[in-house]
Design a protein. Structure first.
Length: 214
């Protein structure tokens, strides 16, 4: 199972996290977020191991702005955490392929999950994104630290791999293996592993990594 740590900002914290070798590291380019990355240190980002997929998180951003950030920070993946449509995702993918034909940029589309969520809404996205991300539905577009009822995922009948997000913590991570979720691709760790917004507790993350990678 892949591990994504999101909401990184501090250069030293980024370097320390890299030592744990997460599969994905997320930078939030959403100005209203408490974990807004601002202008990340390019020298630090360029020193990260190739095994870490640097991911830019965007909320209802313009395609040109996303592509500019992908190019500027050499991103490996784009996470769309707003109300982006399947048409938007297709246009973004087409533009990325046109501008960067050699480099494969993954697209992750996040959805806020709540009781009564209709998983049929995901069908139009199947051919235009690489992964889904299921998070707790909030007005803040993620980072709430609130879990949704994981039993809702039993209603997902698709075959697109997905990340699980929303309130993951050292206490509930062991429960994930008991869920039997066939298409669970990775987990997304954020607010429950912070000393303050944008600053991760490396020791807590290390414990979580050990739980997942046993």
């Amino acid at each position: 199972m892949k591990i994504k740590v999101c909401g990184m900002r501090d250069p030293d914290n980024i370097v320390d996290l890299a030592q744990l070798k997460p599969d994905y590291m997320g930078l939030i380019f959403y100005p209203q977020s408490k974990r807004f990355a601002g202008n990340p240190d390019k020298s630090v980002l360029s020193s990260l191991p190739d095994s870490i997929k640097l991911t830019g998180v965007f909320v209802n951003e313009k395609i040109e702005e996303i592509i500019q950030k992908v190019d500027e920070y050499d991103l490996n993946a784009v996470q769309l955490h707003g109300s982006e449509s399947d048409l938007f995702c297709k246009q973004l993918r087409d533009m990325l392929n046109l501008r960067m034909p050699i480099k494969k940029i993954e697209i992750i589309k996040a959805f806020g999950i709540f009781p009564g969520f209709d998983f049929n809404e995901l069908k139009p996205f199947n051919d235009v994104v690489d992964y889904f991300l299921f998070d707790t539905k909030t007005a803040a577009h993620g980072g709430s630290g609130i879990m949704f009822d994981w039993k809702i995922l039993d209603q997902y009948k698709g075959q697109k791999p997905y990340f699980l997000s929303g309130g993951l913590s050292p206490e509930n991570i062991p429960e994930i293996s008991n869920l039997g979720l066939e298409y669970l691709y990775g987990i997304d760790l954020n607010s429950k592993f912070e000393l303050e917004p944008g600053l991760k507790d490396i020791n807590s993350l290390k414990s979580a990594f050990e739980l997942v990678r046993i």
